[in-house]
Ligand binder design. Structure first.
Ligand SMILES: *Cc1c(COP(=O)(O)O)cnc(C)c1O
Length: 224
């Protein structure tokens, strides 16, 4: 069961800011995705490779699938034929592998680099220096089948709004600095993927362009 009232409300807030909604459907059944598809949603986000492949096969072809979880290099080839965007690129090795598999499929895959902004050490991602190093390397080696479209981050899981706000601000600041230094003439570097069910309003205020929202649309998950 999906929550259509929440969907319309959230979509309106997001569209007012010209941002995009990624409906996070991990662990949820195909019927739920179909239901949201029928009211117009086209971008869906998944975290697990096997689950994504199964859903992609079963659902309409004009869905834009985003892989938003931690991705192992050896699994890239399974999603490379169809995935639109990979949100959580956190190493050079992974970016190179995405480029290679995209080339084999004669595609270009949009990528976001994941920045570690949370206090928890369990969350994946890189610091600003590591992000810069990857951006430089990608430019030098001229990877032709990936496009670095921006940054992604996950804030600390906390009720402390000030903390979350500061973390989103640090992502935005890094985005602006990387854009200015390396992508000034490239419009494709334009996405800041931040904000989930618990903090999407704050993320929108801080300049998010892509909100990854699951439980507010699909209900609580049984497992994460
Ligand atoms: C699960 C997940 C989300 C969505 O979480 P909700 O709190 O259900 O909105 C967003 N981003 C990532 C990376 C996730 O794994």
């Amino acid at each position: 069961m999906i929550n259509k009232a929440n969907y319309q409300k959230i979509l309106t807030q997001i569209q007012e800011k010209s941002a995009k909604l990624v409906a996070v459907s991990k662990t949820k059944p195909i019927s739920d995705i179909q239901e949201l598809y029928e009211v117009g949603q086209r971008i869906f986000g998944e975290n697990y490779v096997q689950e994504l492949v199964e859903k992609q096969t079963a659902l309409p072809n004009d869905i834009e699938w985003h892989f938003i979880g931690h991705l192992q290099s050896k699994k890239v080839k399974q999603i490379a034929p169809f995935v639109s965007m990979i949100h959580a690129v956190d190493s050079w090795k992974l970016l190179e592998e995405i480029d290679k598999r995209a080339a084999q499929n004669e595609r270009t895959i949009d990528c976001l680099l994941q920045m570690h902004i949370a206090q928890e050490s369990s969350k994946f991602g890189m610091d600003e220096k590591e992000i810069e190093a990857i951006v430089l390397q990608a430019k030098q080696q001229n990877l032709t089948n990936i496009r670095i479209c921006g940054l992604m981050g996950m804030a600390t899981f906390t009720d402390d709004k000030e903390q979350v706000k500061v973390e989103f601000q640090s992502l935005k600041k890094t985005f602006d600095s990387i854009k200015q230094q390396y992508f000034e003439t490239q419009d494709s570097f334009c996405q800041i993927s931040m904000g989930m069910s618990g903090d999407f309003e704050l993320a929108l205020q801080q300049g998010s362009t892509m909100l990854r929202i699951g439980s507010l649309l699909f209900g609580q998950r049984i497992y994460q």
